[in-house]
Write a protein that binds this ligand. Structure first.
Ligand SMILES: Nc1ncnc2c1ncn2[C@@H]1O[C@H](COP(=O)(O)OP(=O)(O)O)[C@@H](O)[C@H]1O
Ligand SMILES: [Mg+2]
Length: 221
């Protein structure tokens, strides 16, 4: 089954001669439970595409369907709720809240949703990610690799079917990057999540079931 379907997706910025076609007719179907890597030069439209998949942004034209739901049919606030339940985001710069502890950061999406934490699951993922001893620390006291492992735990905590990661190892050295990428792949596989990951690192892309290449707002392979 395809959990993400993208049909003739276009995103244009500006108009006239200064118009930028960030996405220029993208078609893509992503099967549930798979790991897809998106590669391509800077400016080729990777982030724009990922943000559309997660309902963070609205297209100029075309349609994104997630788990059978057309995103264009949702109002802004419905999209926010939908996103929280269906999608876990992981960003290059971790996006942790500096004034919250690691534990509070991991619980943050649950708190927004008014859901109760599954303590056994929390224990399980923090153990897998090697951050059980860091729960009362603040993000600023952690290394980049540790912060990204916290961000992975936060993304997994709501048990969303889809994990979207935008260059998650982009700020890490190669050893930490490989470690984080391996943990991301392992945890998403273990819990049967669908992972879509943007990377510049071809070695990392090789870990994926499928590699999608972008150029000038289009998928070229
Ligand atoms: N908010 C925006 N306003 C104007 N242009 C944008 C905006 N976001 C992205 N773009 C442009 O769209 C193109 C694709 O950007 P992006 O999706 O960030 O590419 P990538 O992630 O592959 O580097 C680039 O030319 C970028 O400058
Ligand atoms: Mg980008």
């Amino acid at each position: 089954m395809d959990i993400i379907t993208i049909r003739n997706l276009k995103k244009y910025y500006g108009s006239g001669s200064s118009q930028v076609k960030a996405l220029d007719g993208v078609n893509l179907a992503i099967a549930q439970g798979t790991f897809t890597a998106i590669v391509g030069a800077s400016g080729s439209g990777k982030t724009t595409l990922l943000n559309m998949m997660g309902g963070l942004d609205v297209p100029t034209e075309g349609e994104v369907t997630i788990d059978g739901v057309k995103l264009s049919g949702l109002r802004e606030e419905q999209r926010a709720v939908f996103r929280r339940k269906k999608v876990g985001f992981i960003f290059q710069n971790y996006n942790l809240v500096p004034t919250l502890t690691v534990e509070e950061n991991i619980f943050f999406p649950l708190d927004l949703d008014g859901s109760r934490p599954d303590e056994k699951y929390l224990q399980e993922i923090t153990t897998l990610l090697g951050i059980t001893g860091k729960m009362q620390e603040y993000p600023g006291a952690l290394s980049g690799g540790q912060q990204q492992r916290v961000a992975i735990a936060r993304a997994l905590m709501m048990k969303p079917p889809i994990i979207l990661a935008d260059e998650p190892t982009g700020n890490l050295d190669s050893k930490n990057g490989q470690n984080v990428a391996g943990l991301l792949k392992m945890t998403t596989e273990l819990y049967h999540r669908t992972l879509v990951l943007i990377t510049h690192n071809l070695e990392l892309a090789q870990l994926a079931d499928r590699v999608v290449s972008m150029q000038d707002g289009r998928i070229i392979s």
